[in-house]
Design a protein around this ligand. Structure first.
Ligand code: UGA
Length: 358
């Protein structure tokens, strides 16, 4: 019998029987969805770009979602997050808390069976200008959550802990594509350091206190509502408005741009596998098809239907030449299957941008 909490011996516990939309276990396929099943997850950073899509995926699969987001505007204008909050608040099963996520009593009250920790300061380049802020926000807050989970073992509460890591942990890795077990000796930014440190911190807590965790190394995620500080948002917007787009370097830097729905499906599927206590599994969630920034601009230009006005600028500190995910492990173990070509993903991203923000 499969059990999400891992501590159940009952035949018909609603945590485990049957799992909604589960295609993995014969019993779930045979019995379908249990009406009384009412899974509850908590998402930190729920109103960020990836957070909102993750919440919607679980809400559409009948979960209750507790969303925590302090709606800060450190990385980008908080109006984007407020819009996401409005979108999520239309779902009956979404409860929003504008808060830091470090309040233990709060988690104890809801006891979500899955915690998805996405809240963080993002943006590789910006991190080198604000080292203290990134270290404090990303590492200290993750540590607080882990301390809470450690203490919760005393009350027999040990939820599945999913968290966002980043392709930037590979830094200037010479070997491509990047594999999960590559050594991480080539970091170029404080952001990457904060993410690598979080992975290691989580390893320590999983080993010492038998927590259950899955970390996702995201590769330049884009899609409808993507962060306004990222290249794709700015390229589409500026080409449409006939303003300059800035290319760092000569346009040959490559990224493994990955569509948000593919990422979200991977996260969702990972909750359907059994995770042993004391493990911190790491998975690349990338596209396995890197393209150069110049190629990206060409596709953006086709999608928008206008020619770009290009200006070249120096490569900022922290940017790496290429990101490129090996996704064999994610495909095999969590049924991850990215299948959105860049043209299609950019079309969807541009439609959303036009309808909502321009
Ligand atoms: C992205 C996210 O912003 C990070 O939060 C995330 O952690 C990271 O992916 C990841 O994969 O983990 P990045 O790849 O730098 O980081 O994404 P963009 O800011 O969209 O930049 C993509 C490429 O476009 C880079 O090569 C960058 O140098 C280039 N770029 C960006 C330009 O040439 N011009 C711009 O105006 C902006």
């Amino acid at each position: 019998m499969f059990c999400q909490l891992g501590d159940c011996n009952k035949q018909n516990c609603h945590h485990c029987f049957p799992i909604i939309n589960c295609k993995k276990h014969d019993i779930c396929i045979e019995k379908g969805c249990c009406h009384e099943y009412n899974g509850c997850i908590m998402v930190t950073g729920s109103c960020g770009f990836i957070g909102r899509h993750v919440c919607e995926k679980f809400l559409n699969n009948n979960y209750s979602v507790i969303g925590i987001d302090n709606l800060n505007n450190f990385i980008y204008d908080s109006s984007f997050k407020i819009k996401n909050k409005e979108i999520l608040s239309k779902y009956e099963k979404y409860q929003h808390y504008t808060n830091d996520f470090t309040d233990e009593d709060f988690i104890k009250k809801f006891k979500p069976e899955i915690i998805i920790h996405l809240a963080a300061y993002a943006n590789v380049r910006k991190s080198n200008s604000y080292p203290y802020e990134y270290v404090k926000n990303n590492m200290e807050n993750t540590c607080r959550l882990l301390e809470f989970l450690k203490n919760s073992k005393n009350i027999n509460y040990n939820p599945l802990f999913l968290y966002a890591s980043s392709s930037s942990v590979y830094g200037n890795n010479k070997k491509v594509p990047f594999c999960e077990d590559d050594e991480l000796n080539n970091l170029t930014s404080l952001y990457a350091l904060s993410k690598k440190s979080c992975e290691e911190m989580i390893n320590i807590y999983c080993n010492n206190y038998k927590l259950k965790a899955i970390g996702f190394r995201f590769f330049t995620v884009y899609g409808p509502g993507c962060r306004p500080d990222m290249a794709i948002h700015n390229f589409l917007k500026n080409i449409y408005q006939e303003k300059e787009v800035i290319i760092y370097g000569d346009g040959t830097m490559k990224r493994d741009f990955t569509f948000v729905n593919d990422i979200v499906n991977g996260i969702y599927n990972s909750t359907l596998i059994k995770i042993e206590e004391g493990t911190n599994k790491i998975y690349n969630l990338g596209n396995n098809t890197p393209i150069s920034v110049s190629e990206l601009i060409n596709v953006c230009s086709e999608v928008v239907g206008k020619k770009p006005i290009i200006k070249y600028s120096d490569i900022p500190l922290g940017d790496v030449k290429i990101t490129y995910a090996n996704i064999d492990k994610s495909k095999k173990e969590i049924n991850y299957n990215p299948n959105t070509p860049i043209q299609e993903g950019l079309n969807k991203t541009f439609q959303y941008l036009k309808e909502n923000l321009l």
